[in-house]
Ligand binder design. Structure first.
Ligand code: NCD
Ligand code: ZN
Ligand code: ZN
Length: 429
């Protein structure tokens, strides 16, 4: 199959392109990039007015399968990913059974190959059953295609345990991704601890509960030489710790979510909306501004969604009883376009770095580029179209999106994964 993508505004900082050119795809690869390319039998798609970038990868996504198919399936959540413009996702291991051995990694990969709408790169658990007691089958998982290790959903509570996991696992040359949460300090915390938790009468989840583990994990990365990636960073001081680690030259990276940048704890007070209950919690306006500053100055490496679908009945409970997590993969490109690009905080080249290049680099995936010979993983979006999050429902099985009702600008129109079209004019195909 061959496609000639005509007249899009192509942005790829790696290839050094920021202008209107044509892109020709033949089979799974980009065959040619240049002006006025001839079709020669290729299907011509006119992309005037659209932006074309190296395929987006969301490196923090909960697909829920196996085990929690009532929340989401590999089919439904990769469908949501395609709708959001993603060409790949890194799936979290807090499934049932936990993705902590090669067989489960293989299961996720094979279902994704059969039913998925984007590439799925599974992360494997750091400890068996996410219990923090015994190292998982790291070598087995890597042999079956795991790209990273994480106990996401829990912090690894024991520093010695983390040290042993990193010391052992670093031979596989994969990144260790940390969900930073000191259980003893956080306890049953529901929302950020401070004025808002007091006013709402909800138990507080203090910033320090995250920052203590960020500091500890950086120290253990220094001790072991393992690569460390801090997941869903949410506090100003936590980001300063990452900055200091980078200055020291440690292999430390971090990611931030749209909800920790564009929503704050203040949103919860108006509604007690359980879609706004996330882990780590929405923080203060100062924290959100600091994370955005980190995105602008390069301290934040990647933008991810931590897309965490839950069934409606699970979220339709008292705030304290509802599970943590919100969906967001269908809106993240639009939220970044609206709040960061349209406001002039970053340009498209930086957006591509945050949502496409850095996630692949951190996960050790093959790079893609808008250049002849590269694998044809491509995202195309209309940067001007306005729409309301959730107004037409979601492709995800779940609707616990904390941005529902928000008017945003920009939307993916076409996605190619290995030269195959997965989103056609806004429709998952
Ligand atoms: N972020 C969340 O609030 N929830 C995630 C777990 C996690 O990412 O820690 C989930 O699995 O639902
Ligand atoms: Zn987490
Ligand atoms: Zn997560």
């Amino acid at each position: 199959m061959a496609f000639l993508l005509k007249s899009a505004h192509v942005v790829d900082p790696v290839a050094g392109i920021d202008g209107i050119v044509d892109v020709k795809i033949e089979n799974d690869r980009i065959a040619e990039v240049g002006e006025n390319l001839s079709a020669d039998g290729a299907e011509v798609i006119d992309l005037s007015g659209k932006v074309l970038v190296p395929g987006l990868v969301d490196m923090h996504v909960h697909l829920r399968e196996p085990g929690y198919e009532h929340k989401g399936t590999i089919e439904s959540e990769t469908r949501a990913a395609a709708k959001g413009g993603m060409t790949g996702v890194c799936s979290m291991p807090n499934t049932d059974p936990v993705t902590d051995n090669g067989v489960t990694v293989e299961y996720v990969k094979s279902v994704a190959e059969r039913e998925g709408h984007c590439r799925v790169f599974p992360a494997g658990a750091m400890t068996r059953g996410l219990k923090g007691e015994i190292i998982s089958e790291m070598g087995d998982m890597v042999a079956h295609g795991a790209v990273a290790f994480t106990d996401d959903g829990h912090g690894v509570q024991g520093a010695g345990m983390l040290r042993r996991a990193m010391d052992y696992g670093k031979m596989f040359d994969k990144v260790f991704m940390s969900h930073c949460q000191d259980d003893d300090l956080v306890g049953e915390g529901q929302v950020n601890e401070g004025v808002v938790s007091t006013r709402l009468g909800l138990l507080g989840w203090p910033a320090e509960g995250e920052e203590i583990q960020i500091a500890r994990d950086i120290a253990i990365a220094r001790l072991t030489g393992a690569k460390l990636h801090i997941q869903h960073i949410s506090t100003a001081r936590g980001l300063d710790l990452v900055r200091a680690a980078k200055e020291e030259g440690l292999p430390v990276t971090c990611e931030a979510t749209p909800h920790h940048m564009f929503l704050t704890e203040d949103a919860i007070g108006e509604t007690y909306d359980t879609a706004l209950k996330v882990n780590p919690p929405l923080r203060t306006a100062e924290d959100a501004a600091a994370i955005i500053e980190g995105v602008v100055d390069g301290s934040v490496d990647a933008i991810v969604t931590d897309h965490a679908p839950h069934a409606a009945w699970e979220k339709a409970r008292e705030f304290e009883l509802a599970p943590f997590g919100m969906t967001g993969i269908e809106a993240s490109l639009a939220l970044v376009n609206t709040n960061l690009v349209k406001t002039g905080k970053i340009g498209y080249a930086r957006m591509v770095e945050l949502m496409s290049i850095a996630p692949r680099r951190i996960l050790g995936l093959d790079p893609v580029s808008i250049a002849a010979g590269s694998v044809a993983d491509i995202t195309v979006f209309d940067p001007e179209v306005t729409w309301t999050v959730g107004a037409e429902g979601y492709e995800s099985k779940a609707d616990n999106c904390g941005f529902a009702g928000t008017e945003v600008c920009g939307r993916a129109t076409d996605v190619f994964v290995g030269g195959k079209r997965t989103l056609c004019d806004g429709v998952v195909c």
